[in-house]
Design a protein around this ligand. Structure first.
Ligand SMILES: Cc1cc2nc3c(=O)[nH]c(=O)nc-3n(C[C@H](O)[C@H](O)[C@H](O)COP(=O)(O)O)c2cc1C
Length: 237
């Protein structure tokens, strides 16, 4: 049964939200990278992305000028860099240098690939439109790349406040080890959650895991159960 509410409240149920890194490079400047959550496939043939990018962002200025960019899918290991890229502007920071994000040369655009990303898409700008308060930038994919490490998983925004983490498939044992590595850095936790495929306690990915610290939080999407790892709150949001 549905209860009518404000769109802003209903939108709090949208998580996990995918997050991408968008790289740019002006002809005479160092490359830049920003985090973008408002991203979707806009066409499959030809392949296109649509990105909602605030026109105050340095990235917007660079894309409008150069008419090209790269969309990279950050891996779940790149939460810290992604948060940094999403909370500092390239107008006064060298975000690649400060985060240590490694780059590779793209084949058709000047914007760099993110070397350790799950996948990279070189794009040329097709159009900018502004149906609401946020400009939408449509980019046609002109080249695509995937990481040779097929075990790498994507990073997601898992809750409001720019909390970033993984969503892991049921039955996959690997997240336990990864979460252990992260335990001392970020608050982790869970609460009982019934998924279409079983309770979180039944998930082999979660079963028998370590002591929980911090705010309980747990995640489920159809057919998938995952646990959230939270970065520190982003004071800028
Ligand atoms: C997880 C995350 C998602 C974000 N999503 C968007 C987005 O969809 N659109 C946007 O304009 N800014 C978004 N931001 C904020 C920008 O990344 C931020 O304003 C950034 O500093 C812009 O960098 P730049 O000035 O170097 O382009 C997001 C930030 C984070 C941390």
């Amino acid at each position: 049964m549905q209860k009518r509410t404000e769109p802003s409240e209903a939108l709090l149920r949208k998580y996990p939200e995918q997050v991408v890194l968008v790289t740019t490079r002006a002809a005479d400047a160092k490359p830049n990278v920003m985090a973008v959550g408002w991203v979707a496939i806009a066409s499959s043939d030809p392949p296109m992305f649509v990105l909602g990018i605030d026109d105050g962002a340095y990235t917007y200025e660079l894309i409008a000028k150069t008419r090209e960019f790269v969309v990279a899918f950050p891996s779940e290991r790149m939460a810290e860099q992604t948060l940094f890229a999403g909370t500092h502007t390239g107008r006064d920071r060298d975000k690649f240098a400060e985060t240590g994000l490694r780059t590779e040369q793209a084949v058709t655009v000047r914007s760099p690939l993110v070397a350790d990303a799950v996948a990279n898409f070189e794009c040329v700008l097709v159009e900018i439109t502004k149906p609401g308060d946020c400009p939408l930038l449509v980019g046609k994919v002109v080249a695509a790349h995937v990481n040779e490490d097929t075990a790498l998983r994507r990073l997601y925004t898992t809750a409001p406040g720019h909390k970033l983490g993984r969503v892991c498939p049921l039955g996959d044992q690997k997240p336990v080890a990864l979460i252990s590595q992260w335990r001392n850095r970020w608050s982790l936790g869970r609460r009982p959650f019934r998924s279409p495929v079983g309770t979180i306690e039944n998930s082999p990915a979660i079963h028998g895991r370590e002591t929980v610290h911090g705010t309980p939080d747990c995640y489920c999407v159809p057919g998938h159960v995952g646990r959230l790892t939270s970065l520190s709150e982003n004071p800028g949001c």
